[in-house]
Structure formats: structure tokens, C-alpha cells
Design a binder for this molecule. Sequence first.
Ligand code: ZN
Length: 317
Amino acid sequence: MASILPSVLLSVSLLAAGPAFAADSKRIAITVDDLPAASVTSIAPAEALRLNQQLLAALRRQGVKAVGFVNEDRLLVPGQIDSGVAVLEAWLDAGMELGNHNFGHLGLWNSPKEDVEAAVLKGEVFTRWVTSRRQAPLRYYRHPYSQTGKTETERESFEAFLAERGYAVAPITVDHDDYLFACVYDRLDAQRQAEQRKTVGDEYDDHLRVSIKVFETMSQELFGRQIPQILVLHANRLNADTLDRTLTTLTQVGYAFVPLDDALRDEAYRSPAKASGRFGPSWLARWARAKGVKLSVYGQPDPRGVTVKWHAQLCRE
Ligand SMILES: [Zn+2]
């Protein structure tokens, strides 16, 4: 017992000192959508749980406190409820936080506001149950498709509804099209097409490196500094296999990981943003539009490489 005391004291004192960030240091919060799992091919409950354990192991290894956003319709499947709840428990066991991504992944462009509000309530039943038993917070809502409303009135009214239910909006500033790479990855056979899967992983990493620079440029042009960014990922096979590399890449290009609540404390997140309409771009683009500021770039470039060709062949809906 006595032998571990000094290191415990050391880590406590480091925590007490708090993170000391230079004004322009690069910080990023990690968020993972579509829990328990998103896949274009069928995914057995045991695989979904394993996939989340891989994600959580990578997050823990790299000291990241992430928020996982739940679609409870993916969980409320006959015969699979226990394994879905086990995924939520695994996130809390790993020291992560859970948020609401609504029941049915309804977006505010295609669904009436009343339906989306009902989906928020229906989508919090299990998550509220597992979080409240541990006194863990349930305080963030992530809009499906990043759609915040068809009109300004609708956005304000929906956000007031969220606030009444104790939810704050979890914006996204960095998106690097993981759904596109993940679809190809899902369609490739893990054994027979391992080489192609590796290529997808390499191109996915390249695309992150190119994309993150664009969002840094937007931050610089809009705020004159690097604001804490918020990255969106999805709970899929691709990220389960590559999250360690993604987090290492972010570290290599200068990022420190911060929890979402830390990122949201930055005053940038108090900037006005108009209703998204149909397309939900990075909040950086929304703030620029609301401020009437012209940026030199608006969001990540289109992915390149052989994955795009494979996507056209394998992921036609
Ligand atoms: Zn989603």
C-alpha cells in the first residue's frame, strides 16, 4: 500500500494543478455517435460489444474522456436488450460519459419537430436508467445529421425543449467522413480482404490529416486562434480497429485531448449559429455564416484515393 502512495499523490497533485494550456494550444474533444454500433452489414450483439470494448481500450490507453451518443432504437431489439445495456455499462465502467442521439436517428429536416422531441424522450429510457444508478450525468444531446432545425423559430423552440429536459447541444466542429470509409470497411471481408482494409485505414488516416488542417484554418480565420475542436466519430468496425492510430495522429499534429465539457467552456461555443436547414456543416461554418464572415475554406475536402472508387462499387444504396 505504502509503495503506491507517492505515485498516487503525484497524480492527485497534477490533477489539482489542472491542465495548463497556452492560449493557442490545440485541444480536441472526442465524441462517438450511434451507440451501440453502426454498420451497413448485420452486426451480432457480441460483435457490437467487442467493437465498443476496442474503442474504449483505445480511449483509455490515450487518456481520453469521450462522450458516446446512444440511439436506443439500436438497443431496443428483442433478444438484444441486455447486450445493448452492457455496451452502455461498459462506457461508464471505462470512465466515459453517455449522451442522447434520439430513438430512430430522426433528423429535423425530414421529421416534424414534435416527432423528434418524442424521439428524444423515447431515446433516453435505458441511458437514464444506467446513468442515474451511478449518479452519472446525462446532459448532452447530439442532433442526428447535425440538423438543428428547418427555421430559426424551430431551432430555438427545439433547443428550449432540450434545455427543459436538462440537455445541452453537443456541436461538431471536425468531421472527416468516417461513414464513407466505414461503409467500404464493413463490406470488405476481414480475412480475405485484409490488404484492402489496410488501404482503407491508411487513406482514412491521410484524410484526417488533411481535414484537421482545414478546420484549424477556419478556427484561425474566424476567431484568430485555435479554439478547442470537437471531433465526431461513429461506433463502427473501422474506428474500433483504427482509433488508436487516429488518436496518435491527433497527438502527432499537436492536439491534447479534453473532455467535451471543457471544450464547451470556451467562449467560441457561445457564438450565435443559425438553424442548419438540411445540411449540417461544422459549427465553424455555421458561426461564420451567422457572423457574416467569409472564410477561405468551408469544411473538409472530398476524400480521395481508391476507397472512393470502392465506395462507388460497394456502397450504392
Ligand atoms: Zn448519428
